[in-house]
Design a protein around this ligand. Structure first.
Ligand SMILES: Nc1ncnc2c1ncn2[C@@H]1O[C@H](COP(=O)(O)OP(=O)(O)OP(=O)(O)O)[C@@H](O)[C@H]1O
Ligand SMILES: [Mg+2]
Length: 284
């Protein structure tokens, strides 16, 4: 059975997409896992980290992105073809051989609005949140992990991601503003789980872009680890590092050490991947 994990936060730019991409690549190259990445963000960042912009353009022209799925959902058409939409063997890292991708599209911006209107109008008995779950059902169990990167909001597209997920992680930069919204997300996901009659399990908070020379980052990390309302901050964290920022660009690398850098970043990402897989195995 695949374990389906969504990456969410209300705050933008906290490293959701970077963490999701890294987890998939490490799960594959270091632990031999088969992974499906799902990009739900209209910014298409995860998509263009995994395939070239030219390739994305081709997919978008052919209707082989998730925009086609949500367009079908909104317009009652059936143009989305899962088999041709799944991009097999993505990632610019040669050693990463078992990561597939469902790409996003800029067209999701408008579709998101149409889906909100549908939700407000109450036109569907399931609230319009089950489209993604139903669409991927035929292939989910081909994978060990399905990782869903969500946009930084809890709109209808993110709710489709949550409804498809067994569990979620919350990346955060350890500063006041970024951590402020964590209890809100936890409550919102709990409530949504009640609405769909299924618990979506919190695997934990992931500390990202940690600056070892920042006293705020140090004290916020300590506070988070002690905070009983946050509960589960994963032991591994990811430093802020130039090599990680550069990893967003789609250029070929031989190994993960080359891509992420070997001044601790490789070990940090590997550790985080172990934490997430361990939590998933224990809790799901
Ligand atoms: N550990 C890191 N060290 C340095 N830069 C990082 C790190 N993690 C992410 N970044 C950079 O910070 C920016 C935001 O990261 P990312 O896109 O992963 O965040 P996000 O939470 O997905 O953003 P959004 O909310 O817009 O989807 C990017 O430019 C990324 O390359
Ligand atoms: Mg992102």
């Amino acid at each position: 059975m695949a374990k389906v994990i969504a990456t969410i936060s209300l705050k933008g730019g906290v490293g959701k997409t970077t963490v999701t991409a890294g987890l998939a690549e490490f799960m594959s190259a270091e632990f031999g896992q088969r992974v499906l990445l799902i990009d739900l963000d209209s910014q298409i960042n995860l998509t263009t980290m995994m395939i070239s912009e030219e390739r994305w353009f081709e997919l978008n022209t052919n209707g082989d992105t998730l925009a086609a799925l949500f367009a079908d959902a909104v317009h009652g058409t059936s143009d989305f073809d899962l088999d041709s939409a799944i991009q097999r063997g993505v990632s610019p890292v040669k050693r990463v051989a078992t990561v597939d991708l469902l790409a996003s599209s800029l067209d999701l911006v408008e579709l998101q609005e149409e889906m909100s209107a549908l939700r407000v109008a109450g036109e569907r008995s399931d609230g319009g949140v089950m489209f993604l779950r139903k669409a991927i059902a035929p292939v989910v169990d081909f994978y060990d992990y399905v990782l869903i990167d969500c946009p930084p909001n809890i709109g209808p597209v993110t709710l489709n991601g949550l409804a498809a997920a067994d569990a979620y992680i919350i990346p955060t930069v350890p500063d006041h503003l970024s951590t402020y919204g964590i209890p809100q997300i936890q409550n919102r996901v709990r409530k949504f789980g009640d609405e769909i009659g299924r618990e979506i399990v919190e695997l934990g908070v992931v500390i990202t872009k940690f600056k070892s020379n920042s006293s705020v980052h140090g004290s916020t990390t300590k506070r988070l680890r002690r905070d009983p309302t946050i509960q589960n901050v994963l032991p591994s964290y990811i430093n802020e590092a130039n090599a990680i920022a550069a990893s967003a660009e789609f250029v070929p690398y031989g190994t993960l050490k080359r891509k992420y850098g070997n001044q601790g970043q490789f070990d940090q990402f590997r550790g985080l991947t172990t934490d997430v897989m361990t939590e998933a195995q224990e809790k799901l």
